[in-house]
Write a protein that binds this ligand. Structure first.
Ligand SMILES: [Zn+2]
Length: 631
């Protein structure tokens, strides 16, 4: 079938443009030309096409007119000034793109893009400048290299994804229906997963694992509405396991479509999934998916920046907005059926500004239904303000260090951990506490490295420090990486007073449990909880008063008394009750309906009732497996 949109484009192209192929890259349309002149000067024609079809269109050279990549690399290094600090250069032959990593992207681009133009003219490659991460992580580079190494396969996948979007493309409003089915995280926290359906589309919003729940860790994918071979797209709000942990499993079971998320979410979610495989192996369990499935997921990611609009099926248009929760976390806005309905799903949200991030976006072009989280939705879920929390944490670190103890903070790999890193840097640089080693265990380190690769996702304050003052808070020498069990034991046995940041945040597997086993029976040490503790997790049981750790050594059980101080400072990456109500109040336009999810039952119901009472908006708190008709 010849697609209508391609016909329209062909009619607008001049006859001598020598277009060798027109391919999709997701919702973007790419024209490849064999004509050097048209490649360099065809900009105005492309503008006309964009104006007419209202889609993003890009002009690239056919691979046959590209300069040989070795020669091109030499040229590129000649053109870009030495001060730009050009590092690695990657050539994506299939797509005629060259990715140039630089310390100073602004300089690399040149005045008003002069360097980019010159590279294009001299080599015919399409240059993309990317910031070089301040901290290199082998793991992250391996993840990204999956994309380069599978360039040809990826080109085909992106074209397929585009064909699905434009197949059945119409300009008019659709008078149809929209339904939403709750497959998880309804009147509970964990295993977030929702299925959005229209006559045309089937899209999954998040697909997480509830790691604290032994009995029902996964979303209800056996629901009759869900058919994996009919799934058009998966949208992931953020990388936390309870929102993204099951995505590789979809690929294991034959899903071949795209995952939409931000770049930091893609990197961190891959990292966490690989870590989950490792943890399951270490615990002697058969992993539910393998690193090959994780690779498939990475290959199928289509990343978007905040506020970049993208069609994802013939009748759904997606925009991601800052959610303020963790690096790259997004609120999902879906414009359905050319204006039939507008839906926002918050994922996890933080409305207040934090050490790292701006508060969540609250302004949308249109909005009818808002689906929001309620982790801290109960009327008494008021968290200490972040400044006060930072002060208390500073005190705990100070007194623990003074008595010669170690502070262990179990953290989620991403989020509060990096907040704490920035905060501790602040305490040390302002002299509030003495310099102590801060041990950052394996994965937390890699996630921190990702933060340095995407500073544009951080708040203005930190961006300023990094860009203009050359004072990157993540790069202090007292932050030390711990990468192996041997290094861990050295910290435990020989290391002096220190702060240790390790996963998992709820003490469910991972190095935090290893540290705990060894630090527990010394009352000089302190354990500081920093995130939400799921029902049934070891963390929750300790918070509820458990003072003995039982570990299995072969057939014998060993009991360690828990003598270390236990503190809880939930400076959360989540909005508390006040912020959640503030978010609804400020939301513009005002939603007509609010669906409350992702919270313990009583909190969800309480928030739903309060929004209904105070804002006079229809609210609903669905149970798992319920379906709501939005339109
Ligand atoms: Zn989260």
């Amino acid at each position: 079938m010849v697609m209508k949109i391609l016909e329209e484009i062909k009619e607008l192209l001049p006859s001598d443009a020598k277009i060798s192929s027109i391919l999709f890259e997701g919702a973007n349309i790419v024209l490849y030309t064999k004509d050097r002149d048209f490649f360099l000067k065809g900009g105005s024609t492309v503008k006309e096409i964009v104006g007419s079809i209202k889609k993003r269109v890009e002009l690239r050279p056919d691979p046959s007119i590209l300069m040989d990549s070795e020669q091109a690399e030499i040229k590129i290094r000649e053109v870009i000034e030495i001060e730009a600090g050009v590092d690695q250069i990657f050539f994506d032959n299939e797509r005629s793109i060259v990715i140039i990593e630089a310390d100073k992207p602004g300089i690399a681009i040149g005045k008003q893009g002069a360097n980019l133009r010159e590279i294009k003219e001299q080599t015919h490659w399409v240059p993309l400048i990317r910031r070089k991460p301040a901290i290199r992580s082998k793991l992250i580079e391996d993840i990204r290299s999956v994309l380069y190494k599978n360039s040809s396969e990826r080109k085909k996948f992106l074209n397929r994804a585009g064909r699905r979007i434009y197949d059945g493309w119409i300009r008019d409003k659709k008078h149809e229906w929209v339904r939403l089915t709750c497959l998880g995280a309804s009147r509970m926290v964990g295993r977030s997963c929702f299925l959005l359906q229209t006559p045309e589309s089937r899209v999954l919003l998040d697909c997480g694992i509830d790691v604290a729940n032994d009995k029902e860790p996964y979303p209800n994918l056996e629901a009759p509405e869900f058919k994996i071979d009919e799934l058009d797209a998966v949208i992931i709000t953020h990388s936390h396991i309870d929102h993204s942990g099951l995505v590789p499993y979809l690929y294991k079971f034959g899903y071949k479509g795209p995952v939409y998320c931000t770049e930091p979410t893609r990197d961190v979610m891959a990292l966490l999934a690989l870590d989950a495989v490792k943890i399951m192996r270490n615990e002697g369990r058969e992993p539910i998916y393998t690193s090959e499935d994780v690779k498939e997921m990475v290959k199928h990611c289509i990343t978007l920046n905040y506020e970049e609009v993208a069609d994802i099926t013939p009748d759904l248009r997606l925009t991601l907005y800052n959610a303020g929760h963790i690096l790259g976390a997004a609120l999902v806005h879906i414009h359905i059926g050319n204006g039939l309905h507008n839906f926002v799903y918050t994922g996890d949200l933080k409305f207040a500004r934090t050490q790292l991030l701006e508060g969540a976006n609250w302004k949308f072009p249109r909005l009818e239904t808002l689906m929001m989280e309620s982790t801290y939705g109960g009327r008494d879920n008021i968290l200490p303000n972040p400044k006060e929390g930072d002060r208390i944490l500073g005190e705990i670190i100070k007194t623990t260090v003074q008595r010669g103890g170690k502070v262990l903070m179990p953290v989620l790999g991403t989020g509060r951990a990096q907040d704490v890193i920035v905060m501790v840097e602040n305490l040390i640089s302002t002299g509030v506490i003495d310099e102590i080693p801060v041990y950052i265990d394996g994965m937390v380190w890699d996630v921190t490295a990702i933060h340095t690769a995407y500073p544009e996702f951080l708040n203005k304050n930190i961006r300023n420090q990094i860009f203009h003052k050359d004072n990157n808070p993540f790069l202090q020498p007292y932050f030390k990486r711990i990468g192996s069990q041997k290094e861990r034991m050295e910290v435990i046995e020989y290391g002096g007073p220190c702060l240790i940041l390790a996963t998992s945040g709820m003490l469910v597997g991972g190095p935090s449990v290893e540290y705990l086993k060894h630090l527990a029976d010394n009352d000089k040490n302190a354990l500081v909880f920093s995130c939400y503790q799921g029902e049934g997790s070891l963390g929750k049981r300790i918070q509820n008063g458990l003072r003995e750790l039982v570990t299995q050594k072969g057939t014998k059980q060993e009991i360690t008394p828990l003598k270390m101080e236990v503190h809880k400072i939930e400076i959360s990456d989540h909005a508390d009750r006040k912020e959640l109500m503030g978010f609804v109040n400020k939301c513009s336009p005002r939603p007509k309906k609010v669906i409350v999810i992702h919270g313990e039952s009583s909190r969800t119901l309480d928030l739903a009732r309060s929004i209904h009472k105070q804002n006079r908006i229809e609210t609903v708190a669905p149970r798992i497996l319920e379906t709501i008709r939005l339109k």
